[in-house]
Design a protein around this ligand. Structure first.
Ligand SMILES: [Zn+2]
Length: 467
């Protein structure tokens, strides 16, 4: 996956509309000049300044009577609260709430009908995207008869959230929704949005009878090639049984979508794509969907000799590339290579973009190949320390971790930064929180407050303290 960088923003969505996948009534005719849009509170690029997103979640929660926890939990599960500049996910979902338009998921067309907002605005404007998702969730809650005290109770929203995911089957719906409730339990501190951890025991309704994925059965243990994987088969329509060439190469991908959403997509007959493995960002959980003896469809002409591993996340967003995911993935790759006699080097372990005849850009520049290959080769290196993204605009980088220190440079908007170390300095108060930790940036040659780094921890995990 990971083709969004090469896809013009609206092309895929308008193509889907033309194909009847979404209602055209809210979309502009492709030949007409777009009407000027009113100012969108700085959110038109999907990278709203901190505070705006908080306000958008709050307003949508009140307007549609949907708990803010539910909205933020879904947004973090889908996108880590990043709208990706209106570019589509692999299954044609848009914005930080992933309003989708595919044969399985109609949430974009529903949001158009419910809000009256045009498709471009819902796709590109983060505040509108949150509004659209809240409207869709509210309509499902109304259908489910969720009123009164129950409507205020986060625990009671489980089946509504599962419905919002439009997962391919009930176990995948449970996988998605359990992750949203895990996030609500853990709290969120990202992109200027704070959600305090909240202990909720979800009322799973009909899903209580759905066994969580990962429950081992005799057949699932036999099905997997990697002993640590959970078996969850892709649609047989999305891969080819058998191989025409010997396996010689392992291919690293980034999903451009959530873990549960990717698994659901590979089970959807409309996808016509698949991978052997999918790995979750938060904890490195491994799902196997196609047997290695079979040919998954992940790299076009190069499918016959490759094994594909998808990693949950987005190419342009290093926050997804956690140490847990690197370590888990490296264990899978090491296992495949050793079982199959594939050399554990970069000539045989490649990124999607490095294979012939590809248009995709994944895994992209944020994937740490040096670290990954050290892990694959059995090393135990320190985790990478550069994987951070800033948020907000006009963030000042100073010569020392002090508010009086000279300004070295100013970050215009969200920026990927290499943090070499961190240090306590002046207390910074912003966005309703205080923090005296500052990050030393390698490439900017100065310090910035950790408040403006997209990580919920005041002190960044895995980053050493500056001497
Ligand atoms: Zn790929």
């Amino acid at each position: 996956m990971g083709k969004t960088a090469r896809v013009p923003r609206m092309t895929a969505l308008l193509a889907a509309a033309a194909a009847g996948a979404i209602a055209l009534s809210g979309a502009l005719p492709s030949t007409a000049a777009p009407a000027p849009e009113p100012p969108q509170s700085g959110a038109q690029t999907g990278s709203a300044v901190p505070g705006d997103l908080n306000q958008a979640f709050q307003t949508a929660a009140v307007t549609y009577d949907v708990p803010r926890e539910v909205l933020v939990g879904i947004g973090y599960a889908e996108s880590h609260l990043d709208g990706h500049n209106g570019q589509p996910s692999q299954d044609n979902g848009y914005g930080l709430m992933h309003l989708a338009s595919n044969p399985q998921n109609p949430t974009m067309s529903e949001a158009i009908k419910l809000t009256g907002l045009p498709v471009e605005t819902l796709a590109k404007d983060s505040a509108a995207n949150i509004t659209g998702a809240a409207a869709v969730l509210a309509s499902y809650a109304d259908q489910a008869g969720l009123t009164g005290d129950a409507r205020k109770d986060v625990a009671k929203w489980y089946t509504v959230v599962a419905q919002y995911s439009h997962s391919a089957d009930a176990p995948t719906g449970r996988l998605y929704t359990d992750e949203v409730y895990r996030i609500i339990g853990a709290g969120v501190g990202s992109a200027g949005v704070q959600l305090a951890p909240k202990a909720v025991t979800p009322d799973r309704g009909a899903y209580v009878k759905v066994a969580p994925l990962g429950s081992k059965s005799a057949s699932s243990v036999l099905a997997v090639d990697y002993p640590g994987a959970i078996w969850n088969a892709a649609c047989t329509c999305n891969y080819r049984v058998g191989r025409t060439k010997a396996i010689s190469t392992i291919v690293i991908h980034v999903t451009q979508g959530s873990y549960a959403g990717t698994i659901s997509w590979f089970k959807n007959s409309a996808a016509q794509v698949s991978a052997h493995y999918v790995i979750r960002s938060s904890d490195g959980q491994v799902t196997q969907m196609v047997a290695e003896k079979d040919t998954a469809w992940h790299v076009g002409s190069e499918n016959p000799y490759t094994v594909g591993i998808e990693h949950e996340g987005f190419v342009d967003q290093p926050s997804w590339f956690t140490d847990a995911m690197y370590r888990s993935s490296a264990a899978v790759t090491k296992n495949i290579a050793e079982r199959r006699g594939i050399p554990k080097d970069r000539a045989h372990i490649k990124g999607h973009s490095e294979l012939p005849n590809q248009t995709h850009t994944d895994p992209g520049p944020n994937w740490n190949w040096t670290y990954y290959m050290q892990l694959v080769n059995g090393g135990n290196p320190n985790p990478p320390t550069y994987n951070f993204t800033t948020y907000g605009s006009g963030v000042r980088v100073r010569s020392a971790p002090l508010l009086t220190a000279s300004i070295v440079t100013t970050l215009p908007g969200p920026t990927q930064v290499f943090v070499t170390c961190q240090k306590q300095g002046d207390m910074v108060n912003a966005e309703g929180t205080s923090n005296n930790w500052w990050a030393k940036l390698r490439d900017q040659g100065g310090y910035m407050s950790n408040i403006y780094i997209a990580d919920p921890n005041p002190k960044l995990p895995g980053v050493p303290v500056c001497p």
